[in-house]
Every structure is written in C-alpha cells, then in structure tokens.
Design a protein around this ligand. Structure first.
Ligand SMILES: [Zn+2]
Length: 413
C-alpha cells in the first residue's frame, strides 16, 4: 500500500473558514435576514448517499462547493451556493438507515409515542420524503388507517408490509401539484434539511393542509447546534443544504401559522422532533427551547477554530496510524463517512468502509473511491482500528466485532 501524504495539501486548499467574502444572500428561512458566510469547503461530491458501482465513477463524481451562511435574525444556517439541479434523488439513492437495530428501535418508539400521544389510530397520514416507506408502513401497521408516501427514491419491490394495500406511494419530489392531497397527519422525517427554500416549502405544506385546522404536523430532522458545538464537520455535506436548531425550526413553523405541540431533542440529542398544528389565533407564547439565538450565534463564531483543531488532530492521528502500518476501516458507509473522508482529504489512511446495509456492498464512496464492504469481511482483515461514524451505534458495533472475535480499537467520531 502506498503511503502518500499529499492529500494534506489537497484538503488545505479546499477548505476555508471565517470567509471574509462580501457576498450576501437573503435567508430562505425567515426571508428577511442577511446570511454571513462562516465555513466553506470546495469541491465536495454532490451526493453522499448515492454509492457508485465502480471506483472510476466514484472518483469522477460531480463536485460542487459548500458555503455555510448564518442568519442572525432567525438562526438558520444554509449552504448559500447550493445548486439543487445537480441532484439525482432516484431509485439508486441508498439513504435508508433501516438496517440498523438502533435506528429501527428509535423509529418504532417514536411511531408508538406519536400514535399514542396524538391518538392517531384510524387516522390518515401523508409522509413527505418517505424514502423506502418503512416508517409510513410502521405507522399503518401500528393502527393508522392509511398512508400516502411521496419520494422519488421509493422502490416498490423493497417494501414488504402486511398493510401494503393501505399504502399508496407517489415517486416524485413533493411540490405544488400535491397540494390536493388530504390527510389528518403530515409527516416529514429527515427531508427538510434537503430543501433549500424552506419557507417556500412550508407555504406549500400550509396550502396542502388548507382549512383542515385539526391537521397535525410531525417533523424530525438533524439538530445543527450539536454539530456546531462539537465541530462535527462529518455532519455537514452537500445534500444537506438547510441546518436547523430548535429555535430556527420553531420560528419557521410560527412564521407559517403553526402552533407547537412539542419541540424536543431525541436520538442522543442528534435529532429535533417537532409537532405542530395550524394556529387559531397565533397567540401561543414561545417555548423556552426556542430562545437559542445568542447561543447559536456564539457557536457559529467558535466553529471555525474548533473545526481547525479537530481536523488537524484527526489528520495527524490517521497519518500516524498509516505510518505504523495499521489497518484502519470506517464503519458506516453513509453521508457522514463521505463527508469525513472528503473534508479530511483521506486516501490510503483508510483501507475500506464497512456497512451493515447489504445494498451498499460492492459499491464505492463518491469522491474518494473507497470500497464499501460487508462487516463480515473484517474477520479475515482483522483491523487494528475501526472509526465509527456514529457513536450511537457503539454498542451494536462492539457486539458485532466481539461476535467475530475481533477487538480493534474503536474510535467514535
Ligand atoms: Zn433567517
């Protein structure tokens, strides 16, 4: 294996923080604030959930820049140079986390809680961005009457559910032409972060609801406050153009005439869960967790230095392991891995990536071209170190490794 270190210069020239650019753009969330750029990565793969069939295609994958801007008025963060036209959300999109027992347990308990708390048995649900339809099926299996799912990446053959006859899927991007659809609940999980004009999106959702004032909105998406605090740069990637905190999400809901029924952080503090309904008088007082503007502004100001320190420490640690001939793999072939590898400019420091999702095996990571393999392959490979892309899976991964009689060092990001 070659031991090249020249990736360092690659990553140096591709990253800048505290950009003193004069460019300004209006916040797409509150539609009044002016965004300030604070983090920039050049030429990252435009997709990080779309794995490639060959190494060549992975290496030649289209790239674009990411420039994160912060809106001091509403606390929203977004990629100000996001180009939605490069995306190909299609059937090849392997975004499903449904193969992880940890994630499945979380989704199941969330569905259970929502159904109980909001008395959803016998009601109908519309899920915007339903992915492969697992969560929608779960809601109906747990007692909801029927569900409509919208997602261009839905694959009919992949859904195996006893309630299939009560589910309907539309393979498309949600938009104006879907405002005639009617349901008691509008659910939207891990989707809003992929949408750039967030205010426009909520306007469309509001039109879909129309005068059905008892409609319930249930959303779930990543929390960026933790990403900023921990300088978790692997959680910043091209598909995610919109980054919310509890406060900026609440402000978006309120701007479009929704009251809040809940606003929580779940999944080890990684995800925001929000429930809302059309407001009758707009008179609901803000919740305590909405007052986060000063905290977010401080976290944004501190991010560049935190990021630089963390990036340098990972690079020197990985280069050291490489120089010692250590065998290093990454666990998790999703967006976090792609962003981690791309932002650090890694090449031979990582031997390959493993993932428990069998649909990813034999494919390649866009940008870097690392192979994605079955964790079973680790039996023979006997890694010295496993870099775990999500600490929430630590126990699950440790057990799997132990069952293969492997005891590598596990470094969780
Ligand atoms: Zn704003």
């Amino acid at each position: 294996m070659s031991k090249s270190f020249n990736n360092l210069s690659f990553s140096e020239k591709n990253i800048s923080v505290n950009t003193s650019s004069n460019e300004s753009s209006i916040c797409p969330n509150c539609e009044t604030g002016v965004m300030t750029i604070f983090y920039e990565i050049k030429e990252i793969p435009v997709h990080s959930v779309l794995l490639m069939p060959t190494r060549e295609r992975a290496l030649g994958y289209p790239r674009r820049d990411l420039k994160l801007g912060f809106c001091p008025d509403c606390g929203f963060i977004s990629n100000t140079v996001f180009d939605p036209s490069v995306h190909e959300y299609s059937m090849a999109c392997e975004e499903s986390q449904g193969f992880s027992p940890t994630f499945n347990t979380f989704a199941r308990s969330l569905a259970e809680r929502w159904i109980q708390q909001y008395q959803l048995r016998g009601r109908t649900v519309l899920e915007i961005g339903c992915g492969k339809g697992e969560f929608l099926a779960l809601l109906v299996e747990m007692g909801m009457a029927e569900g409509i799912g919208i997602d261009p990446a839905f694959i009919p053959e992949r859904l195996d559910s006893p309630v299939a006859s009560r589910l309907r899927f539309i393979q498309a991007l949600y938009g104006e032409r879907h405002t005639h659809l009617s349901a008691d609940v509008v659910c939207c999980r891990h989707t809003l972060e992929h949408i750039s004009p967030t205010s426009e999106f909520m306007r469309t959702v509001r039109r879909t609801i129309g005068d059905k004032k008892d409609t319930l909105l249930l959303f779930e998406l990543p929390d960026v406050h933790r990403v900023l605090r921990e300088a978790a740069f692997w959680d910043i990637y091209y598909e995610h153009c919109s980054y919310f905190t509890t406060g900026s999400l609440a402000r978006l809901f309120r701007k479009h005439g929704f009251d809040l029924l809940e606003l929580e952080l779940e999944y080890d503090g990684q995800y925001i869960v929000i429930a809302g309904c059309p407001s009758n008088d707009g008179g609901q007082l803000p919740l305590d967790v909405e007052a986060d503007l000063d905290d977010i502004a401080n976290a944004v100001a501190d991010f560049p230095e935190r990021f630089r320190d963390l990036r340098e420490s990972w690079i020197s640690r990985l280069n050291w392991m490489q120089s010692q001939g250590k065998r290093v793999v990454m666990w998790g072939g999703g967006s976090k891995a792609v962003s981690f590898i791309t932002t650090l400019g890694l090449n031979d420091q990582i031997d390959f990536v493993v993932d428990i999702n069998p649909h990813k095996h034999g494919k390649f990571v866009p940008g870097s071209g690392h192979a994605v393999r079955n964790p079973e392959d680790l039996r023979d490979f006997n890694p010295d170190c496993v870099i775990l892309m999500n600490p929430v899976y630590q126990e699950e991964v440790r057990k799997m490794l132990e069952s293969m009689r492997l005891t590598p060092q596990i470094l969780a990001v």
